[in-house]
Design a protein around this ligand. Structure first.
Ligand SMILES: *Cc1c(COP(=O)(O)O)cnc(C)c1O
Length: 705
C-alpha cells in the first residue's frame, strides 16, 4: 500500500562507505605521506560509519511506528550477523593470542558488548544499542527531545575521543572517563556515538520537507571543510585520544545523506549485501593478501606499498562479496513476486496525489486558515495510518476523527498536533481524552456539564446547530453556550457548525446555507458582547469550502476533497480545484473459463450468455466493499485498458466479469475496479453513483480485507 521510493543513492554509497572502512584499517596512503594518510583515513573516511548508522535509522526509526516489530527484526538480524562474524574471526583471535589474555571472561564480555571481538566488529553491537536508544527516545519523546539527549551523549563522547586532551587535564572529569574506559575502550560506541545518527536518520525519514539538492551540497561542502579544519587543529594540538568523533561530523553526514536521497533509481539489494560482506570479511582479506605476498615473495609490492595493499584488499573483498551474493541468489530465488501475486484484492494509495491535494487545498485556502484533515472511518477507507502519518510528515497539524478510539489510534501511530473528535464520547472516558490530548466536540449543554464533572481537564470545541438538527447547541441559546466557557475542567479551543446542504448549488439550498452561516456569525457577535473571547472557528467541510470559499475561518475540515474525489460525479462546485484521486481498487483474475451461448453465471442464474463467452473470476466481492447492487452488468472493470462488464450477481468474496472482448487476459491479470488503466478511468464517484450512493459511503465501507 505504500508509495515505493527507491533510494539508489544510498545503496551506491554503501559500497563506497565500505571501501572507506577498509581504508581506515589499511591506511592506503601510509607509505607516501603521514598527513595525507591522516586526512584520508581519520577525516574523510570517518563519514562512513555514521552514514551506515543513519541509513539504518532512516529505515528503522520513526515517531510513527506503533509497534516494535521492525526494531526487533533489526536487532535479530544484526545479532545473527554479529554471531556469525564472531565465529568467523575465532581463528584470527587464536592467532593473535586473544584467548591467552588475563581476565579473559570480563574482557570477552566487554568486547562482545562494546568493542567487538575483532577491531572492526564494534560496529555491530553499537548498531543494536544505538537503534534501541534512538527508537525509544524518538517514540516516547519525539525527534526534538531525542536529538537533545543523544546530542548530550555525543558531547560526552567527544571529550573521550577527539577532544580527550581537554577533559584529561581536568581531574574530576578525567576520573569519569577512566570509569568509562574500564567498560569500553572508546566512547565511540553504541551509547555515545551511534544513537544520534540513528535519530538523524529517523528525523530525515519523518520530515518530508527536506533541503533541496543545492542546499544539501552547499551544506555538505561547508560542514565538511569545517570538519577538516577541526580535525587538523585537534591533531595539531595533539588533543586526540582517538579520532572518530568531530562536532562537524554531525552536519556533514546529515547533508551528505540528504544529497544521496536526491539520487533516485532502482534500489540495489545486491549492493547492500556486497557492502555488508566487504565490511565483515575485509580483515580476513588483509591476512590473505599478506599471506599471499609472503608466499610469492612479493612483500614490497603488496605489503610495503600501502596503496596496492589497500586496492588488493578491496578487490578481493568485493570479489568475495559478489561470489557469495551470486551463490545466495542461485540457492534462494527471490520470493517477492509471489507475494504480490498472492494478494487477492487490494487498495493502491497514491501518496503523491495525496500530497498534491494537500498543497492544492492549502493554496486555495485563506492565509491564516489551517487544514484540518478528516481521517475518520480509516481515512474514508484509505487506511488511517498511511494517510495520517504521511500528511503529518508534510506538515498537516490538525486532524478530525469520529470516535475517541480513532483518536487514540492516531496518537499511537505517533501523530502530533491537534485531534478533534467530531462525534460522541462517553463522559466516563474523560481521562483518556486528557491522557491522549484529544479535543472533544461538545454536543449540548448537559453533555458539557457531565464531561466537566469527570474531574479531568479536557480540551473541547463547541458545536453549534445552525439548522442541520443533528449535534450541537441551539444557535439561539447564547446563555448556555456562554456558560460553557466558565466550566472549570473544560478548555474551549474552538467553536464550529456544520452545513447540511453545502454540496448543492440549488437556489433554495444556497439560501438555507447562507442563513446557517449568518446565524453562526450572529451568535459569535452575541457572545463577544457578553465579553467572551471567541476561540478558533470553523464551518466548512469539503463542499463548504468548494462552494463557499470566501468565508474566512480558522480551519477547513476537509474529508472527501483531501482524497481527491467529489461525493457525486456530476456535482458542480463554485471553486474548481485540480484534485486527484488517491485510491484505486484492484483485484486479480484467479480463474478463466469458456462458456457456451445459453450458459448461466452466478447465483439465481441471473446472467445467461447471449454468445459464447470468456468469463474471468475475480477474487473480490461485496465483503471487500464492492457493492452488491452493481451486479448484473450495472458496472464494469478495466482489464488491460478494456472494459469488462460484471456479469451475474456479485458474491461475498468473488465476482465474474465478461472478458470476451478483452485481449491478453490470463490468470493473474490485474482488474481495476476503481482507478485508471490505460486511457480508461473508473472514478469512485461513478461507482458510487451506479450503486445509488455517494463516494463517502463507498470508500468508508472498503473493508480491512
Ligand atoms: C465527516 C465530516 C466532515 C468532512 O466532510 P467531507 O464532506 O468529507 O469533507 C466535516 N465535518 C464534520 C462535522 C464531519 O462529520
Amino acid at each position: 500500500m505504500t508509495e515505493k521510493k527507491n533510494y539508489a543513492g544510498i545503496d551506491y554509497f554503501r559500497l563506497i562507505a565500505a571501501m572507506l572502512i577498509v581504508a581506515i584499517h589499511t591506511s592506503p596512503l601510509a607509505s607516501f605521506s603521514d598527513i595525507g594518510d591522516f586526512m584520508f583515513t581519520r577525516i574523510i573516511a570517518r563519514v562512513a560509519v555514521p552514514f551506515f548508522f543513519m541509513a539504518s535509522g532512516f529505515f528503522l526509526i520513526s515517531r510513527y511506528t506503533y509497534n516494535a516489530e521492525r526494531l526487533c527484526a533489526f536487532i535479530k538480524k544484526t545479532a545473527v550477523i554479529y554471531g556469525v562474524a564472531i565465529l568467523i574471526y575465532i581463528p584470527i583471535n587464536i592467532y593473535n593470542d586473544y584467548f591467552k589474555t588475563d581476565n579473559l571472561l570480563p574482557n570477552i564480555i566487554k568486547d562482545i558488548v562494546f568493542d567487538g571481538t575483532l577491531y572492526h566488529l564494534w560496529y555491530l553491537p553499537a548498531s543494536i544499542m544505538g537503534a534501541v536508544i534512538a527508537w525509544y527516545l524518538v517514540k516516547k519523546a519525539g525527534c526534538r527531545i531525542a536529538f537533545l539527549i543523544t546530542f548530550a551523549l555525543y558531547i560526552i563522547g567527544l571529550f573521550g575521543d577527539s577532544y580527550y586532551g581537554i577533559s584529561e587535564s581536568v581531574s574530576c572529569i578525567n576520573g569519569f572517563y577512566n570509569l568509562i574506559f574500564q567498560v569500553s575502550d572508546y566512547t565511540r560506541n553504541g551509547i555515545f556515538f551511534a544513537p544520534i545518527f540513528f535519530v538523524f536518520g529517523g528525523y530525515i525519514s519523518d520530515n518530508q520537507n527536506r533541503p533541496a539538492l543545492k542546499k544539501s551540497v552547499t551544506g555538505f561542502i561547508l560542514c565538511f571543510a569545517l570538519m577538516f579544519g577541526e580535525a587538523l587543529v585537534l591533531h595539531h594540538l595533539n588533543l586526540q585520544r582517538h579520532d572518530s568523533m568531530y562536532v562537524f561530523l554531525l552536519p556533514s553526514v546529515y547533508f551528505l545523506f540528504n544529497i544521496l536521497l536526491h539520487i533516485k533509481g532502482k534500489s540495489h539489494k545486491e549492493l547492500r549485501r556486497v557492502s555488508l560482506i566487504v565490511y565483515i570479511i575485509h580483515p580476513f582479506m588483509i591476512v590473505a593478501v599478506r599471506l599471499f605476498a609472503k608466499l610469492l615473495h612479493l612483500e614490497n609490492l603488496f605489503i610495503e606499498n600501502s596503496l596496492i595493499h589497500y586496492i588488493s584488499v578491496c578487490f578481493t573483498s568485493v570479489v568475495f562479496g559478489i561470489i557469495i551474493t551470486v551463490l545466495r541468489r542461485r540457492l534462494k530465488p527471490e520470493q517477492a513476486k509471489h507475494m504480490i501475486a498472492a494478494e487477492r484484492a487490494y487498495l493502491e494509495i497514491d501518496l503523491s496525489n495525496l500530497k498534491h491535494n494537500v498543497g492544492v487545498l492549502k493554496k486555495a485556502m485563506p492565509n491564516n486558515c489551517e487544514l484540518m484533515a478528516v481521517v475518520k472511518a480509516e481515512a474514508y477507507g484509505h487506511g488511517a495510518y498511511e494517510i495520517a502519518t504521511h500528511i503529518n510528515k508534510i506538515g498537516v497539524k490538525a486532524f478530525a476523527v469520529a470516535t475517541i478510539d480513532e483518536g487514540i489510534r492516531l496518537r499511537n501511530y505517533g501523530i502530533t498536533g491537534e485531534i478533534l473528535i467530531l462525534g460522541y464520547t462517553a463522559p466516563e472516558r474523560a481521562k483518556e481524552l486528557y491522557k491522549y490530548d484529544l479535543m472533544q466536540t461538545l454536543i449540548d449543554y448537559d453533555y458539557s456539564i457531565l464531561l466537566n464533572n469527570q474531574g479531568y481537564k479536557v480540551k473541547a470545541h463547541i458545536k453549534i446547530d445552525t439548522g442541520m438538527h443533528r449535534l450541537g447547541f441551539d444557535k439561539e441559546n447564547a446563555e448556555s453556550i456562554a456558560a460553557v466557557f466558565s466550566l472549570k475542567n473544560i478548555k474551549v479551543c474552538g467553536m464550529f457548525t456544520h452545513l447540511c446542504a453545502a454540496d448543492s448549488t440549488d437556489e433554495k439550498d444556497v439560501c438555507f446555507t447562507d442563513i446557517q452561516i449568518e446565524s453562526f456569525y450572529k451568535l459569535l457577535k452575541t457572545l463577544k458582547e457578553k465579553g467572551i473571547a471567541i476561540p478558533k472557528i470553523h464551518i466548512q467541510s469539503s463542499y463548504g469550502f468548494l462552494n463557499y470559499p470566501e468565508l474566512n475561518c480558522d480551519y477547513i475540515r476537509a474529508g472527501v476533497a483531501l482524497y481527491g474525489v467529489l461525493s457525486s460525479p456530476n456535482d458542480k462546485t463554485k471553486l474548481q480545484l485540480d484534485l486527484r484521486p488517491v485510491l484505486s481498487l484492484k483485484s486479480r483474475v484467479i480463474l478463466l473459463r469458456q462458456i457456451k451461448k445459453g450458459d448461466c453465471v452466478g447465483y439465481s442464474r441471473s446472467f445467461v450468455a447471449e454468445r459464447d463467452s470468456r468469463i474471468a473470476i475475480l477474487s473480490i466481492g461485496y465483503a471487500d466493499g464492492y457493492p452488491r447492487i452493481l451486479s448484473c452488468g450495472k458496472s464494469y472493470v478495466l482489464m488491460g485498458g478494456h472494459r469488462a462488464p460484471v456479469v451475474g450477481k456479485i458474491c461475498m468474496d468473488l465476482l465474474a466479469v465478461d472478458v470476451t472482448d478483452c485481449p491478453d487476459v490470463t490468470v493473474g491479470s490485474i482488474a481495476t475496479l476503481i482507478g485508471k488503466d490505460g486511457r480508461e478511468e473508473i472514478s469512485a464517484p461513478m461507482v458510487a453513483e451506479n450503486s445509488e450512493s455517494i463516494t463517502n459511503e463507498l470508500l468508508s465501507r472498503m473493508g480491512r480485507r
